[in-house]
Design a protein around this ligand. Structure first.
Ligand SMILES: Cc1cc2nc3c(=O)[nH]c(=O)nc-3n(C[C@H](O)[C@H](O)[C@H](O)COP(=O)(O)OP(=O)(O)OC[C@H]3O[C@@H](n4cnc5c(N)ncnc54)[C@H](O)[C@@H]3O)c2cc1C
Length: 485
């Protein structure tokens, strides 16, 4: 896809970027958050609880569910699903520490209202594995872009051990699995995957739909946030100042600050070429018998970072198989208009296609075959790998070149803040992310994320290279769907 030339910044770049220095910040009278996935909802939650914003009106708008306009977010949002992995197991120290901070909240289960209660969080353990990679000198620093899945797993192992250094209980729950047999033994399904890895019994998974609903209820309970159901068709602006959003039904929501938290759809409202792109990821769900559910009750989450395939322990006799991959691009002309108005509206960008816009959408054969490969290797119960999926889904990431989030003021527009670029790993941070986004809004980006979350120099081609992705880069959804099985 060709990219539109970027016009020069209209404002001095530095003054628009969140920095660690406490630049003076005056809260605006009104904030409009577009998108109520976990990036938008957690931001609303953080702002609503801060005294600094006590006099500021906060509105959240989302496409929502046309059949259920009071439900937020939309059912095809990335934040809505049966499960998401919750881990501190990252090759990058900053995300590992943030994951550990979030885990403290996920583990709270004493009261029914606690985040981790009522089945929202399960500490099943996470088995992180990879296939053979290059032999490295122990302790060798590998650039993020050169990381293999094996490098990622080894760095992640070092990071979680270091995080647990002063906590013998946590440290005792992390154990190396040096070969296929050790991996098979801990997996407990009869299957295995990868040639080396480790188990972290302190990681697990969350029921994403139930947890997002928990957050939505928390935000509503503040009494500070107005929810609006509607699709933003374009951002309103006066010259280089964004003043609100126009909905597809003609309504205008005005605000001094607009926070775009529109996940993989963000490129439809603001030109993100060189920053982030939408990639579609495959998911398959299988019904199990009660006996199969019992057999798999105690399996950990298993994630192979060489091929990206992962399986989450089943609940209520449903097993989910997925692939964390380079994903599919879907070149399309979005139904929304994007800033700057100089970026030609007719130019295709990769834009989500979901079961909401196309109820007949299925997953490409290439993806289905890979999910079945995961079943054969990881959960080889008789008949399972050939069983028909009860449901499949293409779920959309907002991918950045490095896998870092994009949480920053827009370099060219006053009054516009971007909170996206989840790169397929944002959910686990739900209990802590909004606070960090609010810090960035007030020009106090956490030091460890300064640079990582900022607007970057343009990258010609966005392929997420952080060592965690499987599959092939550059596949397009239409091509793959068009192939014969
Ligand atoms: C298959 C898959 C597996 C994943 N696994 C994990 C995992 O194991 N662990 C983990 O931590 N993370 C995981 N993630 C990532 C995680 O789900 C995302 O990082 C997170 O949910 C992104 O939240 P978001 O708010 O940015 O986007 P979303 O949840 O997609 O929310 C965006 C919202 O914006 C709304 N919107 C978009 N455009 C408009 C518009 N024009 N007008 C109004 N509203 C609009 C949408 O309706 C939507 O509700 C996974 C993601 C996928 C897809």
């Amino acid at each position: 896809m060709a990219r539109s030339p970027s016009p020069p910044p209209l404002f001095p770049f530095a003054s628009q970027q969140p920095t660690s220095s406490h630049e003076t910040f005056s809260p605006p009278p009104s904030i409009l958050i577009v998108g109520s996935g976990i990036f938008g909802l957690s931001t609303a939650w953080a702002l609503a609880r801060r005294d600094l914003f006590a006099k500021c009106t906060i509105t959240v708008v989302d496409r929502s569910d046309p059949l259920n306009p009071d439900a937020f977010p939309a059912p095809d949002a990335a934040s809505v699903d049966t499960s998401r992995i919750v881990r501190a197991d990252y090759a990058d120290k900053a995300y590992a520490a943030l994951g550990a901070e979030a885990q403290l909240q996920w583990r709270k289960q004493a009261k029914p209202t606690d985040l981790g209660a009522q089945g929202r969080y399960h500490e099943s353990g996470l088995l992180l594995v990879a296939d053979p990679g290059p032999v490295r000198i122990p302790g060798e620093i590998v650039a993020k872009s050169d990381m293999t899945g094996m490098d990622y797993v080894r760095s992640s192992w070092a990071n979680v051990l270091s995080l647990a250094a002063d906590n013998p209980d946590l440290a005792g729950r992390i154990r190396e699995l040096p070969d296929v047999d050790a991996i098979r033994e801990r997996l407990g399904t009869g299957g295995s995957s990868g040639s080396w890895g480790y188990i972290n019994e302190g990681s697990g998974w969350a029921d994403a739909t139930a947890s997002t609903k928990w957050l939505f209820d928390k935000v509503k309970a503040t009494g500070r946030v107005t929810f609006v159901s509607g699709t933003v068709a374009s951002l309103e602006h006066s010259g280089a100042t964004v003043t609100g959003a126009k909905l597809s039904d003609g309504r205008i929501l005005s605000a001094e600050l607009v926070v775009l938290a529109t996940g993989a759809w963000t490129g439809g409202l603001v030109d993100l070429s060189g920053q982030a792109t939408a990639t579609g990821q495959v998911l398959g769900y299988l019904d199990l018998t009660e006996a199969e559910q019992q057999l798999l009750n105690d399996m950990p989450v298993i994630l192979n970072l060489t091929n990206g395939l992962f399986i989450i322990p089943p609940r209520n006799r449903v097993l989910k198989i997925a692939r964390h991959s380079y994903g599919y691009l879907n070149p399309a002309v979005p139904p929304t208009a994007r800033l700057p108005s100089t970026s030609p509206a007719s130019q295709p960008i990769s834009y989500p296609l979901t079961h909401l816009s196309d109820p007949s959408l299925s997953i490409p054969q290439e993806g289905a075959d890979d999910l079945r490969r995961a079943l054969r290797e990881m959960v080889p119960l008789p008949g399972l790998a050939d069983r028909a999926f009860t449901k499949t889904r293409i779920c959309w990431y907002s991918d950045t070149p490095t896998g870092d989030f994009l949480i920053t003021y827009h370099p060219q527009y006053n009054g516009l803040f971007i909170a996206t670029g989840d790169s397929g790993h944002g959910f686990k941070f739900m209990p802590v992310l909004g606070e960090k986004i609010a810090d960035c809004i007030t020009h106090s980006c956490p030091l460890e994320f300064v640079g990582k979350w900022s607007w970057k120099p343009d990258t010609e081609l966005i392929i997420t290279e952080d060592g965690s992705r499987g599959g092939k880069p550059g596949l397009t959804l239409a091509n793959e769907l068009g192939k014969e099985s």
